[in-house]
Design a protein around this ligand. Structure first.
Ligand code: ZN
Length: 217
């Protein structure tokens, strides 16, 4: 099989996979990443069950938006379904990062959304909602994530983890990291007191300011 598609994207997937591991956003082969080159109509996605340090460019899977395999050794991520569903639902999204980061996942396991206790919640939206539970790898999970995410950029997956999306892999990764930080701060705040949440109006202002402060990457 020819291995000539998405060379840059496949290298990026490996770089951000390793970053995901070193940032403590996942362990082992948990979580997955993908990016969509809309000009070429091709998606690069992590393979299933390979630990991040063992990833090679030839091991990154390349597929069409309908899931037809173009190249790559091994099998695509078990969560390919929700990656593809997100690209179909959101024309502004070119990258998806899924983590099992511990603080965000703690709230996901409580079925508890993350309110705007810190302005950085605006990376995701006015809050981080919880997509109802469905078993991993299922179409039900894809539907749950897409419908709960709406126009936001991150969503908790009940009893599972976090999904962040963005126009680039770098942006989706940053959002996953910022939401993990906010989840940790929220958890710590709950441990010693009652967190103060920002108002709807205050969050409107933050989100407006992010349009120029968080420049496209
Ligand atoms: Zn997962």
């Amino acid at each position: 099989m020819e291995k000539e598609y998405l060379n840059q994207e496949r290298e990026q997937i490996i770089d951000f996979g390793l970053k995901m591991l070193s940032a403590g956003l996942t362990t082992g082969s948990g979580g997955n990443l993908s990016c969509f080159n809309r000009d070429l109509g091709l998606i690069a996605i992590t393979p299933s069950g390979v630990e991040y340090p063992d990833l090679t460019p030839d091991g990154i899977i390349v597929m069409t938006p309908d899931g037809a395999l173009c190249q790559g050794e091994g099998t695509p991520s078990s969560e390919t379904g929700f990656h593809l569903a997100l690209y179909h639902a959101r024309p502004d999204v070119n990258a998806v990062v899924h983590t099992h980061s511990p603080y965000a996942t703690t709230f996901a396991c409580l079925g508890r959304e993350i309110p705007p206790v810190h302005y950085l919640v605006a990376c995701a939206g006015k809050k981080v909602s919880v997509a109802p539970y469905a078993i991993f790898g299922s179409m039900e999970l894809a539907e749950s994530i897409v419908s709960t995410l709406g126009d936001d950029n991150a969503v908790l997956m009940a009893n599972h983890g976090l999904v962040a999306v963005g126009e680039t892999l770098s942006r989706a990764f940053d959002t996953a990291g910022e939401i993990e930080l906010v989840a940790r701060i929220y958890y710590q705040s709950l441990c010693i007191g009652t967190p103060v949440t920002l108002s709807d109006h205050q969050m409107d202002n933050v989100m407006e300011k992010f349009k120029t402060y968080r420049l496209p990457q």
